[in-house]
Design a protein around this ligand. Structure first.
Ligand SMILES: C[S@@+](CC[C@H](N)C(=O)[O-])C[C@H]1O[C@@H](n2cnc3c(N)ncnc32)[C@H](O)[C@@H]1O
Length: 276
C-alpha cells in the first residue's frame, strides 16, 4: 500500500528542510550542472508540493526544464501552480506528471540529466534503487537525493530516558513496506551510495539534520505524534513507555524547552562520463 502524505505535513516541514540542506553535495551538483549544455532537464520524483524543485532551481546555473512527478493528484496540482526560477531569476519550464514510481523507471527518466527526490529514499526498497541506478547510468544522468532519514532522532533538552526504546520501535517501523517492497529506511542513503559507486559514480555525501527549537513547536508536535503512533504499531508492549515519552515531549514543547534533532543525509551521485 503506497504511503500518503498530507499537504499540511509537507508545508510544516518545508522551512526546516530548506534550512537543513548540506553544502557539499549542492556545490558538487552546481559545478557538474555548469558543464551541461542547456537546458538542464530535471525530474523530481515524489515531488509532493514541489518544495525540492523550488529550492534547487535557483541554485542551478542556466535554463532548466523540470518534470514534477507524484501519484497524489492533489499534491501534484499544487506543485504545478508553483513558478520555478533559475539562478538568474528566469522562469524554468515546468510540467507535472501523475505516475506511480513503482512503474517503469527507465521510461520515466529517459532523456533526463538530473534525477532528484527529497524525503523519498527512506520509503523505497533495495530493488527500486538498483533499478534507478540502472536507469540513471543508461542516460548518463546525475542523481541528487535530499533529506533522507538516517535513523537518529534525539531530544536535546531535556534528555529523555525512554527515548532509546521509542527510537528503536520507530526505526523498526521505517522498514515497513511503503509501496515499494521492504523499505530501506535509515539504510537507504548508504545503500544508494554503494550502488551508484559500483556503477562508476562519484559520491558526495553531507548531513542535513533538522535542529528544531521552540520556534518549531508545531513541527515538533507533529513529529512526536507521528513517531509515537509508528512506535506503538511495532512495539505494542511498550505502549506505556511510548505514551510517557510523548507526554513529556509535549510538556517540554509547552514549556518552551524542547529541542529535537532529526538526522538526515543528502547524496549527490555524479555520473562517470562528462556530458557536453
Ligand atoms: C515525504 S513526501 C516528500 C515530498 C517532497 N519531495 C518534499 O520534499 O516535500 C513523499 C512523496 O512521495 C510521494 N510518493 C510516495 N510513494 C509514491 C509512489 N509509489 N509513486 C509516486 N509518488 C509517491 C508522496 O505522494 C509524497 O508526495
Amino acid at each position: 500500500m503506497p504511503e500518503s502524505f498530507d499537504a499540511h505535513w509537507l508545508r510544516l516541514r518545508a522551512d526546516a528542510d530548506a534550512a537543513a540542506r548540506a553544502d557539499g553535495p549542492y556545490r558538487a551538483l552546481a559545478a557538474w550542472a555548469g558543464d551541461i549544455t542547456p537546458p538542464l532537464r530535471c525530474i523530481d520524483l515524489g515531488c509532493g508540493l514541489g518544495a525540492n524543485a523550488a529550492w534547487l532551481a535557483p541554485r542551478l546555473p542556466g535554463p532548466q526544464h523540470w518534470r514534477l512527478v507524484d501519484h497524489d493528484p492533489s499534491l501534484l496540482a499544487e506543485a504545478g501552480r508553483r513558478s520555478l526560477a533559475d539562478a538568474s531569476g528566469e522562469p524554468a519550464a515546468t510540467g507535472t506528471l501523475r505516475a506511480d514510481l513503482t512503474d517503469d523507471l527507465s521510461s520515466l527518466t529517459r532523456g533526463v540529466e538530473l534525477v532528484t527526490a527529497a524525503a523519498l529514499l527512506d520509503l523505497v526498497a533495495a530493488d527500486w534503487i538498483d533499478g534507478l541506478v540502472t536507469a540513471c547510468r543508461a542516460n548518463g544522468a546525475a542523481a541528487l537525493f535530499a533529506l533522507t532519514y538516517d535513523g537518529h532522532f534525539a531530544s536535546e533538552t531535556p534528555n529523555d530516558p525512554d527515548e532509546r526504546r521509542v527510537r528503536a520501535a520507530f526505526n523498526h517501523d521505517q522498514r515497513r513496506d511503503k509501496g515499494f517492497g521492504p523499505a530501506l529506511g535509515p539504510e537507504a542513503t548508504r545503500y544508494a551510495a554503494r550502488a551508484f559507486r559500483a556503477a562508476g559514480y562519484r559520491i558526495h555525501l553531507g548531513r542535513s539534520p533538522w535542529r528544531l527549537g521552540p520556534e518549531s513547536a508545531d513541527l515538533q508536535r507533529a513529529l512526536i505524534d507521528g513517531k509515537a503512533e509508528a512506535a506503538r504499531k511495532t512495539a505494542p508492549d511498550d505502549r506505556t513507555t511510548i505514551e510517557r515519552w510523548a507526554h513529556r515531549r509535549h510538556q517540554a514543547i509547552q514549556d518552551g524547552t524542547a529541542r529535537l534533532h532529526v538526522g538526515h543525509l543528502d547524496l549527490f551521485a555524479k555520473p562517470p562520463e562528462p556530458r557536453r
